[in-house]
Design a protein around this ligand. Structure first.
Ligand code: 3HC
Ligand code: NAI
Length: 693
């Protein structure tokens, strides 16, 4: 008999304990084990009730996601749950840790539910591009009502035990050991003569305005379809008999499982865990991270300091002058006030951080005891080198010296110190206390435990850390500058910035590239262009983008950029001055004009992104395709339900994409030179996924 579901007797109660570490996912063995153990309990003399519990840290975290996409294996989860619910014995679930997705559905298949106060329930299937597929949309509304079920199934949010009890999902909340409390609860139910209480036999929930709810959920989901489909499944629970509702739910579940959105999101689920899991770091002990120094308290330095402080690390922030130091303190205080307001820290933690954990200084000596120092000073090689030379003098032996540079060569920065083995790039994204991505940029000479410490810092700060090699812009900014150029090419060829933004937002990007440029400030790119032209000795050039800046239009912060913000940031009214300036450049360049459909825009932009991503992987700047995917997802607003650019490429087909890249190269062969890796994969009939192992 299965080891994954242990069986023991407590008087007239059969206790079934699921043992499938780490989180008791409902693998085929667990499903079969549950069915077999329920049958065993029914067959044994004297058993009157079954208690289902989870061994270890959770009741059940849900269906086994690794089985998705494989041929179905009996028993299915809905069948297993129906079997549990149909038992003539009294069946009770005792929940601790998480009961998610299929885990909650197992509990809903039981006749009663008890939980410890720290237990959490949820239907997170939407995060995998799915809806609950084992009765969650049919049983939950019968207990909690349609609106509560819609809230849980469309948001995927976790609900605490007390709230779940108020919703009618959990019958009793009791502190203590889940198994012991469960047994005592079943004993009481038996002595009270409590009846079996199958949820499937309860009356359906009241109807709501389904179409309005469906439309509202669809609009909120920004292109993701699963949440709105969950509304339709819950509608079926109200409008159809239980058995038919189950079939409706199952059909929607299977349709979604076959679709690209769930493939993208399941890829994201596993990749966000795999990305920081590097074989060479196994068993490597990271260095200490108790005291962190941050140099420069501007946008990034203040954000990095905030992230570290919120994670309980002691921070010394170094600025150039007392005034600049106070300005930095002000930024951090503002960030922390936001964290307090959002309930991320308590008032007491807020007070301790400001009074004890943060030190602001103008004296390098205050960094002598720091375990790791991150510089976030101006993006200028000579300033960076001055800072690193100074750090090399004052920092203790073994201290890690890190740079938050966006583009500069970290190997060159390291070379100005006597300890290049201790130097690394730690590239945060703005705002650094909010954005999840951290690129750990590793020059050749960096010691392995320094790399491990970079990843340990990412974990401590609750970031998704991606290893990147040294090149101009590392993984993310290098790919960004390529697809940005593709957008600019389309503008010259006849697409308006507004059509491009609209098409890419419909594709799922949080914001189109021109709206992003307005948000970030057009002056940044202007300064870079001017610097590069000066370095190349080019004079007298002024493109339409330069002219916008020359007129003082830097985007949102000046009220005008590509868009006119007089009516507010959300109104997104095109700035009427922009198209005439573009027309002048188009005429001057003599670029052949063509029309772009939304699909053409997406294809052109994505082809550039995929091609550069393939180069980044091919050159070893990113280890695996999934590293690029996670960089774009967590740092650049790429839609999660598409999995990342290389997952998207696999799904649309690499051979067609390569053919398009070659055709775009007719006019710009250098820019569109196909990535050798992409050519190899196409020649061998392989996908990027084959490189993700
Ligand atoms: N199936 C398979 N593996 C799972 C899993 C699942 N449902 N949930 C977690 N795991 C794996 C993770 O991949 C990870 O593996 P690794 O160590 O090899 O990387 C390991 O378990 C531990 O997971 P975490 O690192 O995420 O541990 P945390 O403690 O941070 O989080 C958790 C635990 C909250 C359970 C989190 O893992 C989670 O949210 N899991 C997904 C839950 C989920 O989506 N459930 C619904 C599944 S779909 C479903 O049930 C369909 C049904 O309606 C038919
Ligand atoms: P910023 O201009 O807002 O801040 C720089 C700060 O460094 C200023 O407060 C300045 O007083 C201070 N500073 C300059 N030289 C110093 C020195 N020698 N010693 C001590 N302090 C000094 O710049 P920002 O945007 O914070 O960028 C900092 C670094 O982070 C740059 O390398 C940038 O490329 C990088 N970066 C910026 C991102 C962004 O979105 N702004 C994103 C990721 C990285």
């Amino acid at each position: 008999m299965s080891d994954t579901v242990a069986y023991d007797r407590h008087g007239d109660i059969a206790v079934l304990s699921i043992q499938n570490p780490p989180v008791n996912a409902l693998s085929q063995a667990v499903r079969a084990g549950l069915v077999a153990r329920v049958a065993q309990a029914e067959a044994e003399e004297g058993v009157r009730a079954v208690l289902i519990t989870g061994a270890g840290r959770a009741f059940i975290a849900g269906a086994d996601i690794t089985e998705f996409g494989k041929p179905p294996m009996e028993p299915s989860l809905p069948d297993a749950i129906d079997r549990i619910e149909a038992s003539p014995l009294l069946v009770v679930a005792s929940m601790h840790g998480v009961s998610l997705g299929g885990g909650l559905e197992v509990a809903l298949g039981c006749h009663y539910r008890i939980a410890v106060p720290s237990a959490r329930i949820g239907l997170p299937e939407v995060f995998l591009g799915l809806i609950p597929g084992a009765g969650g949309t049919q049983r939950l509304p019968r207990l909690a009502g349609a609106m509560a079920a819609i809230d849980m199934a469309t948001s995927g949010r976790q609900v605490g035990a007390e709230e779940a009890a108020q919703m009618g999902v959990i019958d009793v909340v009791q502190d203590g050991d889940a198994k012991e409390k469960g047994i005592a609860y079943v004993e009481k139910l038996l002595s009270d003569g409590a009846p079996r209480r199958p949820v499937s036999e309860m009356p359906a929930a009241d109807a709501i305005d389904w179409d309005a709810t469906y439309e509202a959920v669809l609009a909120r989901a920004r292109g993701q379809i699963a949440p709105a489909e969950a509304v339709r499944a819950i509608q079926a629970s109200v409008e159809k008999p239980f058995g038919e509702g189950m079939l409706a739910e199952r059909q929607i579940f299977w349709d979604l499982l076959k679709g690209d959105q769930s493939k993208g999101m399941i890829h994201a689920f596993f990749s966000e865990r795999a990305v920081s899991n590097l074989p060479e770091l196994k068993g490597v002990t990271p260095r200490n991270l108790d005291h962190i120094g941050v140099i420069g308290g501007g946008t990034m330095g203040a954000g990095i300091a905030t992230a570290a402080l919120l994670s309980g690390v002691h921070v010394t922030l170094l600025e150039m002058t007392g005034d600049a130091g106070e300005a930095a303190r002000g930024r951090i205080t503002g960030n922390l006030a936001g964290a307090l307001k959002r309930g991320k820290i308590s008032a007491e933690q807020h007070e301790t951080i400001l009074s004890k954990a943060l030190q602001v200084s103008t004296d390098y000596a205050s960094l002598s005891d720091a375990d790791l120092v991150i510089e976030a000073v101006f993006e200028d090689m000579s300033v960076k080198k001055q800072v690193f030379t100074k750090l090399d003098e004052v920092c203790k032996a073994g201290a890690i010296l890190a740079s938050n540079t966006s583009y500069l060569d970290v190997t060159e920065i390291a070379a100005c110190t006597k300890r290049p083995q201790d130097v690394i790039g730690l590239h945060f994204f703005s705002p650094a206390h909010v954005m999840k991505l951290l690129e750990v940029v590793v020059p050749d000479e960096t010691a392995i435990d320094v790399v491990a410490t970079g990843f340990a810092l990412g974990k401590k700060l609750n970031k998704i850390s991606v290893r990147a090699g040294v090149c101009d812009g590392f993984i993310g900014n290098r790919i960004l500058s390529t697809y940005r150029q593709a957008a600019d090419q389309m503008v010259m060829q006849g697409a308006s910035p507004y059509a491009i933004d609209t098409a890419l937002e419909a594709f799922g990007f949080a914001m189109g590239p021109f709206a992003v440029a307005d948000l970030a400030g057009l002056d940044i790119g202007w300064a870079v262009r001017k610097r590069k032209r000066a370095e190349a000795g080019i004079e007298g050039v002024s493109t339409y983008a330069d002219k916008m800046c020359e007129a003082g239009n830097f985007g949102q912060k000046t009220g005008k950029g590509y868009y006119d913000y007089a009516a507010g940031a959300k109104a997104r009214v095109p700035n009427a001055d922009v198209m005439p300036l573009i027309e002048v450049d188009r005429a001057a360049e003599g670029t052949p004009q063509r029309s772009f459909t939304d699909a053409d825009i997406v294809r052109y932009y994505m082809a550039a992104m995929v091609n550069e991503s393939a180069k980044v992987v091919g050159e070893g700047i990113a280890r695996r395709p999934l590293d690029v995917d996670m960089t774009l997802l967590f740092g650049y607003g790429f839609p999660r339900y598409r999995g990342g650019p290389l997952k998207w490429a696999d799904l649309v087909g690499l051979d067609d994409l390569l053919a398009d890249i070659r055709s775009y190269g007719d006019t710009m062969p250098d820019f569109w030179a196909p990535a050798p890796l992409l050519e190899t994969l196409v020649a061998e009939g392989k996908t990027f996924a084959t490189l993700n192992t």
